[in-house]
Design a protein. Structure first.
Length: 371
């Protein structure tokens, strides 16, 4: 389920790191040069807009933090940087991983996240989705959990926000999808599996998603039992890109869902444009819907619109029976929330050999994709 473009996490920091900093203005050059001088770093002017400097590993945090404080936000965004282990000028590969100073600073802050992925300090928990009519199990949603170096679970929103700011979203989102498939297969979960993905994390649908679909087939899961759930729908800007992703999934036999419908007008526009198989009503609308007439009007119309387009409705975030009963009367199809189960990890139900076979089908095809 890996591809080198999506999952490669380059290492920018070494025992002794040479920073090659390309600044947008002479004024910015002066700030960087002054900082290097104040820290007594071995720095050299390479051109009117480029400075190189040697920083030992013990000084990197102070160096980057000082740069982050010395430069304005626009300077951080427009200053380019790459690193090398030697004083030789950057080669073509090292120039190829040129990034902005802002992203490099966040990448350093996210070193624990890279280490957690490399050391597989992550897992997927699952929350049930039940049928309205009899509360029987319909599906499970896979929810990614990553641990820091102390073994504590980091709030998922924080982990993904850090990944995005440090240009690691592509890697983390793909790892999360792989984890959901792996953990669900090993636990032999029944029903459908909902797998979250952020459309911003996928470059080229036909290239990046082919391995995902192939791996799901290899481990014996049926495409019709897998639902890819689009998260961050309110941030979707390239509709054609998103349509291409969903078209690929559908052509491979999978179903698709839109998350948090009702949280903004963008969600309604996506509902009309993309015609998913399922929609999830935002939990903020579900909360106390049985006593809030305003929410009732919105949810009633959302369900009506979905039904008119042959889209099944999942209401999430249900915590009390009264909410569930009102949604059942409003003709929602499925229910999800703490009332039916909190997200939890499931122990593997397969033998060691069977688990090993799944692991092999989900590993990178070569070691070039360094996660």
């Amino acid at each position: 389920m890996y591809c080198a473009d999506c999952e490669s996490v380059d290492d920018y920091f070494f025992e002794t790191t040479y920073f090659w900093i390309f600044v947008p203005t002479v004024e910015t050059f002066g700030k960087v040069a002054g900082l290097c001088g104040s820290m007594q770093l071995n720095a050299q002017q390479e051109s009117s807009h480029c400075i190189s400097c040697l920083v030992n590993s013990s000084q990197i945090q102070r160096f980057l933090t000082s740069l982050n404080g010395a430069l304005e936000s626009k300077e951080l965004e427009n200053t380019k940087v790459t690193t090398t282990e030697t004083s030789d000028s950057p080669n073509i590969d090292e120039m190829g991983r040129m990034t902005t100073l802002a992203i490099l600073f966040n990448r350093f802050q996210a070193k624990w996240l890279v280490e957690s992925v490399e050391q597989e300090r992550y897992e997927s928990w699952f929350q049930p989705i039940v049928r309205v009519e009899d509360k029987s199990n319909f599906a499970h949603e896979g929810l990614f959990r990553v641990r820091d170096d102390h073994g504590s679970i980091v709030p998922p929103a924080l982990a993904f926000k850090l990944a995005e700011s440090s240009d690691l979203l592509f890697s983390l989102d793909l790892v999360a999808r792989r984890s959901a498939v792996e953990c669900a297969a090993k636990a032999k979960l029944g029903g459908k599996l909902f797998i979250n993905f952020n459309p911003s994390s996928i470059y080229d649908p036909s290239y990046c998603l082919r391995a995902t679909a192939s791996s799901i087939n290899e481990i014996g899961m049926k495409p019709e039992d897998v639902v890819f759930e689009v998260t961050e729908t309110h941030r979707a800007t390239d509709i054609n890109h998103l349509k291409g992703i969903l078209a690929f999934y559908r052509n491979a036999g999978f179903q698709v869902a839109l998350d948090d419908i009702g949280s903004g007008w963008s969600g309604l526009n996506l509902l009309q444009t993309l015609r998913p198989d399922y929609v999830k009503i935002d939990m903020e609308l579900v909360r106390d819907v049985h006593i809030d007439e305003y929410k009732q009007n919105i949810v009633t119309n959302l369900i009506r619109i979905a039904k008119a387009n042959n889209i099944e409705v999942i209401a999430e975030g249900i915590e009390v029976e009264e909410e569930a009963q009102w949604l059942a009367n409003a003709k929602a199809d499925y229910l999800q929330g703490y009332l039916y189960g909190k997200p939890k990890a499931y122990e593997p139900e397969l033998s060691g050999d069977e688990q090993q076979k799944i692991d092999e089908s989900l590993k990178p095809l070569d070691n070039a994709a360094n996660v």
